[in-house]
Write a protein that binds this ligand. Structure first.
Ligand SMILES: Nc1ncnc2c1ncn2[C@@H]1O[C@H](COP(=O)(O)OP(=O)(O)OP(=O)(O)O)[C@@H](O)[C@H]1O
Length: 252
């Protein structure tokens, strides 16, 4: 395995019944890079995310996070090893305030270390961390607003903050701009650029303008295989990628 990479997939396969959806994916995510996974509808992008985050187990192949094999481990174990994922579907509690939602996310990884006589000190630490994350995603002014009363794009900012709460080395974002206006997309794209600094990001996103502006590298998934990985310029110039996006048959 490539030891320079923070996340490595080698020969990863996933079949549902007789149908093989992921057909031998190789992918390297470098530390601190922003890497987009793109491809036509149904190519298997969400399935790759499910495999990496531990929601699915590969039928074959190896996945390593910071040099440790993680295929077959569950989502919580993988999260503890330094990978956090946000979902297409919003994960927040609409009836809790923004602060309460984020505090829950901050407490979760610390839950097992809870210790009664240290409660006050620990609460202060948790409060400070919650405030720091709120500030990072520019939601301080919304701390006491019910999460369900915020705009969709503000809810996505909260969700990004919740993803950061476990201080992950690797962040997976699944279509963070889905359903956003152009203005919200530009805002969220800038936010993602800022908050993921110092971490590795793997992002699935359909907005190609965002993908090409945000990514250091892009991998293209077609019929469950990565047909190209490269810089935005390399991907733009790649004939096989052009062919895939013209909707023609691609033999990978
Ligand atoms: N649990 C499952 N059981 C059976 N088939 C599945 C399952 N999950 C996904 N698939 C199939 O795998 C294929 C890839 O789906 P996936 O959602 O990973 O694609 P995608 O690239 O994320 O698509 P989109 O861009 O439309 O979100 C689809 O044909 C889908 O129907």
């Amino acid at each position: 395995m490539n030891t320079d990479a923070i996340l490595t997939l080698r020969g990863v396969r996933k079949a549902f019944g007789a149908t093989e959806i992921i057909r031998g994916v190789d992918l390297d995510l470098r530390p601190q890079e922003r890497h987009a996974l793109i491809g036509p509808n149904g190519a298997g992008k969400s399935t790759v995310f499910h495999l990496v985050s531990g929601h699915y187990t590969p039928s074959a192949g190896e996945i390593a996070l910071a040099g440790r094999r993680i295929e077959g481990k569950g989502p919580q174990a993988i999260n503890r090893l330094g990978l956090a994922r946000s979902f297409q579907i919003t994960n927040i509690f609409p009836g809790l305030t923004v602060f309460e939602n984020l505090r829950l996310a901050v407490m979760r990884p610390r839950g097992l270390q809870f210790c009664l006589w240290k409660r006050i000190g620990r609460d202060a630490t948790i409060r400070r961390e919650t405030e720091r994350l709120l500030e990072q995603v520019r939601l301080q002014h919304r701390a006491s607003t019910l999460a369900g009363e915020m705009s969709y794009s503000e809810q996505r900012s909260l969700e990004i903050a919740m993803t950061l709460a476990s201080d992950p080395k690797v962040i997976l974002l699944d279509e963070p701009m889905a359903g956003m206006s152009n203005e919200e997309t530009a805002y969220t794209s800038d936010l993602i650029r800022t908050v993921t600094q110092g971490r590795a990001l793997l992002i699935v996103e359909h907005d190609m303008q965002v993908v090409f502006a945000l990514s250091d590298r892009i991998s293209v998934l077609v019929y469950g295989q990565v047909i190209a990985t490269g810089t935005p310029q390399e991907i733009r110039a790649n004939p096989a990628v052009k062919e895939a996006y013209l909707g023609e048959e691609v033999s990978a």
